[in-house]
Each structure stands twice: as structure tokens, then as C-alpha cells.
Design a protein around this ligand. Structure first.
Ligand code: C5P
Length: 303
């Protein structure tokens, strides 16, 4: 379909992710690490509004804990790169209402890229297949396909080959972002330093998949795994202190989210998550209760 000037802006909502299992193998010849991961989407969202315009522009806003100043607003922004990848002519204004911590290990940039791809498709009535959107997403980043899919899904390859998995739970989390982001490539490089013996095949999430199918948080807590936690804590030792503190406050398990530095705490249920959040709030400025799994990128309003 032609890229005619569409009159109604489209808003797409895309969720943050947590890696329930993040097993990392030795780097491939292309420098990426083979992953066997299980992602889950939680109800911490970025909303991206796309409109046809005479000139391209990008504006980002968010609450104080979001480092808006740290987000590029030029062509290097991943949402802008997503539009450049698929643009079929015409300029756009992009507005991002950010809630997902920046450079936090929660796929905030990937969420924006997925939102931009879907918003562009809907704005211009392209109605492309899931396969086409997923292929576009994979070219933009390892976590972008999951941001489209949402729910709970296993990711292989460098994370971009996603398939939904059975998840019988409603999981309650407490999310604690950090003041300063961590560079994902830097954490992977530090993984290589600490784990020169990493296997070429990353470990499979067999027990975690079984735990997900039971819906039991205590069982899930025992099977959580993140191979990037050790390098992230080695780079930021205060994250280890935070994880211990959350567990003392009553979380079933605390862990670094992805490449960090955001830490997430799995709790028994909603009440326990509120109690852990209240306990951590005495020391940490930003403490966000969250639940999942939730849907992948989807249109929330048009008009
Ligand atoms: O794919 P994405 O752009 O999100 O990756 C960011 C960086 O993280 C890559 O350039 C690479 O340094 C590292 N990475 C990796 N192995 C992966 C995913 C990411 O080494 N599977």
C-alpha cells in the first residue's frame, strides 16, 4: 500500500522485559554471543506516538527516574533507525513517553524500536505479516523481536529467534532502576573476561520451563538464572548489596535484569511485592512494583 499521508496518529505501547533465564555461550565469529534465554514482558511500558508530518522530529519525555537527557534524539535513536529501515516515504513526528529505564537491561530501546515498526505499519495501513515485522525487528537488535511478541518466550540465536512458551503464572516483581545505565557491550565484554571457558552452546532452560508451567513462584524463583549477573555485579558491586537487601525484605529472589544495572525481585504475590517495595523505598529512590506476563507491542489509541 502507498505511504499516503495518514491523518490519525498511532500510539503503540511496548513493555519492558526481564530475562528469567539468560544463558550465554562463547562469542561467535560475528562477535555476538549465542544465547538461550527466556524473556517475560512486564507492565512497565513505553508509549510511542507516530504521526505523519512535513519534517522528521523526535521528542521524549518521562518521569524523573528516566534519563531522558541520555536518549539520543538524532538518527542514532533506535526508533528513528527503525523508521529509516522501513520508511516508504514521508516524514514523521515521533513522541515517546518513556517509563522503561534507559540503558537498564530491560530492553527499553528495543521496545521503542518494536513500537516504531508496528506504529509505522498501522499508520500507513501496510498490514505486514508477523514474519515480515519480526525480520525487520531482528535487523534492529537482539531483543526487538521479543518486544513485538511479548508474553513469555524463549529466545535463541543471539536472542532474536523467539518462540512463545507455556506460562501458567501471574508473576509479581519489584523493579529497582539505577541512577546510571550500564553499557550492554561492556557487560558482554566483561563476561568474556570472567568466563573464557564459556561453552559454545548455552545452557537450556529445562527446569525453568517446567516451573513456568506450574505457575508457582517459589519454584520459579529457584530456577531463575542470569549469566550476565556476575559481570554486571563485578562492574557495579552495589548491585550485589541491593539484591541481598531485597531478599532480606522478603523477595523470593533478586537478580540483575539482563545486562543490568536494573535489579528485579520476584515476589510470592501482589501483597508481598508491595511490602518488598515499601521496604526498599526506605533506601532506594525509585522502586516500581510490576506484574507480568503482559502483551507485546500493541496499538492503544489511534486518533
Ligand atoms: O543486538 P543488540 O544491538 O541489542 O546488542 C547490543 C550489543 O550487545 C551488541 O553489539 C553486542 O556487543 C552485545 N550482544 C552480544 N550478544 C548478544 C546480544 C548482544 O554480544 N546475543
Amino acid at each position: 500500500m502507498r505511504a499516503e499521508r495518514a491523518s490519525k496518529p498511532v500510539t503503540v505501547r511496548a513493555a519492558a522485559k526481564i530475562n528469567l533465564h539468560l544463558a550465554v555461550g562463547a562469542p561467535r565469529p560475528d562477535g555476538f554471543h549465542p544465547l538461550d534465554t527466556v524473556y517475560t514482558a512486564i507492565d512497565l511500558y513505553d508509549d510511542l506516538t507516530l504521526a505523519a508530518a512535513d519534517a522528521d522530529s523526535l521528542a521524549v519525555d518521562g518521569p524523573p527516574y528516566v534519563d531522558v537527557a541520555g536518549i539520543p534524539t538524532d538518527a542514532s535513536n533506535i526508533a528513528v533507525r527503525a523508521l529509516a529501515e522501513v520508511a516508504c516515504g514521508g516524514a514523521h513526528t515521533v513522541r515517546i513517553g518513556k517509563r522503561i529505564p534507559v540503558a537498564g537491561g530491560m530492553a527499553g530501546g528495543s521496545a521503542d524500536a518494536a513500537a516504531a515498526l508496528l506504529a509505522h505499519d498501522r499508520l500507513h495501513g501496510l498490514d505486514q505479516s508477523d514474519e515480515v515485522l519480526l525480520a525487520q525487528a531482528a535487523r534492529l537488535g537482539s531483543d526487538v523481536p521479543f518486544s513485538l511478541v511479548g508474553g513469555t518466550a524463549r529466545g535463541r540465536g543471539r536472542g532474536e529467534v523467539v518462540e512463545r512458551v507455556e506460562d501458567a503464572g501471574t508473576w509479581w516483581w519489584v523493579v529497582v532502576p539505577s541512577d546510571t545505565g550500564l553499557s550492554t557491550p561492556a557487560v558482554y565484554r566483561h563476561f568474556d573476561v570472567l568466563r573464557p571457558d564459556a561453552p559454545s552452546q548455552p545452557a537450556e532452560p529445562t527446569e525453568l520451563l517446567a516451573a513456568l508451567a506450574t505457575g508457582e513462584p517459589v519454584r520459579l524463583a529457584r530456577t531463575l538464572r542470569n549469566d550476565l549477573e556476575e559481570p554486571a555485579i563485578d562492574l557495579r558491586p552495589e548491585l550485589g548489596t541491593l539484591i541481598e537487601r531485597g531478599e532480606v525484605e522478603g523477595a523470593l529472589r533478586g537478580m540483575v535484569s539482563g545486562s543490568g544495572p536494573t535489579c528485579v525481585f520476584l515476589c510470592e504475590g501482589r501483597d508481598e511485592a508491595m511490602a518488598v517495595a515499601a521496604g526498599l523505598s526506605a533506601t532506594y529512590d525509585v522502586v516500581l512494583p510490576a506484574m507480568g506476563p503482559v502483551a507485546g507491542a500493541h496499538v492503544v489509541t489511534t486518533g
